[in-house]
Structure formats: structure tokens, C-alpha cells
Design a protein around this ligand. Structure first.
Ligand SMILES: [Zn+2]
Ligand SMILES: [Zn+2]
Length: 214
């Protein structure tokens, strides 16, 4: 699996171009991402944008990118509508209205998304940060695209937003500790190449310790 890491501004989510035709998250500045993408591909070569969840900073750019490329947009069924809701998408935090993205594919746990070269991404449903948060696992390279569920260094996304399911987060993180993860591609910050298992375990431990306080 070939991955390019794209990060246009500090406010956008991390964006990953996979096998030169699939985008994982879109950031919120579609025009800036399009410029970055054009360094690697012709924009019409982009076939699919997978959103790890429906938050504005991960999803808003998808409207413009999908329109220019003709790519499909996929998201977990539990965030399918949230992405167009001002509050559930947290667009208001950015002083914006929810974008008018039209997702065309809805995912559920266990779906295998083909990404070319005989490879696929497995959809792992990890509710907590949002109801429809997903992580994507590529078993060949033991890579995990972790959205806002796991950050490098042992963090995880907030669970106090409208639409968050804090009571589900611990179970979601525990599920991720069962995977064999080498490379971690988080929703904020750059990828880490080798010790994914450690990062996932640290996030689980940290969240468990914090949730024990409530
Ligand atoms: Zn988020
Ligand atoms: Zn985020």
C-alpha cells in the first residue's frame, strides 16, 4: 500500500492519499487539498473519499474534491446524516455551517473496501468520539488509519461533543488493541512508522485511567 500524507493547515485533519486513488478524510479546505493532490495524481484519478467520521475538519473539503474528481464519498451509516448537521458536524466550532456533501456510500463494521493491488481496508466501527467513527485497517502492511479514535503518543479524541458516545469509547479502544498494528495514520498529526501497537495500547490505557475518574 502506498500512502501520501497531506496536511495543508494546522486546522485541517490529516489527509491520506492511498494507492493514488483513495482519500482518507478530506480536511476542510478542499481547494488546498486539491492543489496538494495534483502533485501526485490527475484529479479525475481519485475514485473514493472515505471519511473516518462526520466532523467538519475531516469532511468539509470532500464537497469540492468530490465535485472536481467525481469520486464517491463513503462514511459509516451512523454518521451519514451527522455530516450535514451544523451541531453534529461541529461546524459551529469553526464558525461555519455544515457542508452540503452528499455521501454516496454507507459503511458498517466488517466491510472490506478494495483499494487496488488486491489490497483492502477493513472497516472497524469505533464509536465514542462520534457515533459513526471508524478506523480502517490494512492487514498486509499492518496499517491503521485511526481517525480521531487514537492519536500518536497515547491520546484520543474528545468524547464530550453532541453525538459523542463516551460510554462506547473504552470498548472501541480495547477492540483496537486486538489488532496487530505497525504503522499508525492518525486523524491529526503525521504517521508513525513502526510502533503502532504501543500507541494504540497507550491510548487505551490513558482513556481507561481517565474514565475511571468519573
Ligand atoms: Zn473529530
Ligand atoms: Zn479531528
Amino acid at each position: 500500500m502506498e500512502v501520501q500524507y497531506i496536511c495543508p493547515t494546522a486546522y485541517d485533519s490529516s489527509v491520506y492519499l492511498v494507492n493514488r486513488k483513495i482519500l482518507i478524510d478530506s480536511g476542510m479546505n478542499g481547494n488546498l487539498i486539491l492543489k496538494e493532490l495534483e502533485k501526485y495524481i490527475k484529479i479525475e484519478e481519485l475514485k473514493l473519499i472515505i471519511l473516518t467520521h462526520g466532523h467538519y475538519d475531516h469532511a468539509a473539503g470532500a464537497a469540492e474534491i468530490a465535485e472536481k474528481s467525481g469520486a464517491e464519498v463513503g462514511i459509516h451509516k451512523a454518521d451519514f446524516k451527522a455530516v450535514n448537521d451544523d451541531r453534529l458536524s461541529v461546524a459551529f466550532l469553526f464558525g461555519e455551517k455544515a457542508p452540503s456533501i452528499k455521501p454516496t456510500l454507507s459503511y458498517e463494521a466488517g466491510d472490506k473496501i478494495p483499494i487496488g493491488n488486491g489490497e483492502f481496508l477493513e472497516v472497524i466501527h469505533t464509536p465514542g468520539h462520534t457515533a459513526g467513527s471508524i478506523c480502517l485497517y490494512e492487514p498486509g502492511s499492518k496499517s491503521l488509519f485511526s481517525g480521531d479514535s487514537v492519536f500518536a503518543g497515547g491520546g484520543s479524541g474528545r468524547t464530550d461533543f453532541e453525538g459523542s458516545k463516551p460510554e462506547k469509547m473504552l470498548g472501541s479502544l480495547e477492540k483496537l488493541t486486538k489488532l496487530d498494528v505497525k504503522k499508525l495514520y492518525p486523524g491529526h498529526g503525521g504517521p508513525t512508522a513502526s510502533d503502532g501497537n504501543k500507541q494504540v495500547a497507550a491510548s487505551y490505557k490513558m482513556f481507561r485511567a481517565m474514565s475511571g475518574l468519573y
